[in-house]
Design a protein around this ligand. Sequence first.
Ligand code: SAH
Length: 217
Amino acid sequence: MNMRGIGMTSARTRQRMVDRLRDQGIVDEIVLAAMYEVPRHLFVDEALASRAYDDVSLPINYEQTISQPYIVARMIELLRDTERPVRRVLEIGTGSGYQAAVLAHVFPEVYSTERIEPLYERSGKILHKLEINNVTVSYADGSAGLPEVAPFDGIIMAAAAPAMSAALREQLSVGGRMVLPVGRQEQWLYLVEREAQGFRESRLEPVKFVPLLMGKV
Ligand code: SAH
């Protein structure tokens, strides 16, 4: 893969994407810098590369999609919007690996799970090629989190569960945050914050995600 040539031409395109994210209300400079750094076109089929920096979700096969840049930036900004350091983060739904790559630029330690084997394999390869070494991808059903690595300072879900999961939020450290879509036809983005005693839940904005599914395939 010749990444240099593509990188040269896409730097300007990525800058335009970042300008658009600012217009859409993303303010966290660390998140904007990470969105600028990650070459999104390398995470989609070559035939779609020319649309990689548009604010759209794109197919990545197996009926899955890479999320639109705005929602990736928005969710990561929400994870970071706290006084305390966020070190260890879990993503459920690696998909193309794009969001995991952005997370890797923002947080020191990233875990990501994917239930579809070919997506798991492909995402691992591209992350390796980009020399992103602080992401551990597992081939696993992540709907119950990753108890062997928990607790996490942040959990981010890239697929929508029909209802809020109680098991997952137990894997948050105190002060930790989880950002996730919930619902079936009608979905909302939620922020869950773990406090010393209990959880605070906020419903934020309508969203559209692929469904969280059970089991590995
Ligand atoms: N973050 C991804 C978005 C992929 S779409 C990206 O940047 O490309 C959501 C992904 O969640 C799909 O790949 C889907 O297979 C995966 N998924 C759905 N249910 C899951 C589950 N229970 N465990 C792990 N991954 C799951």
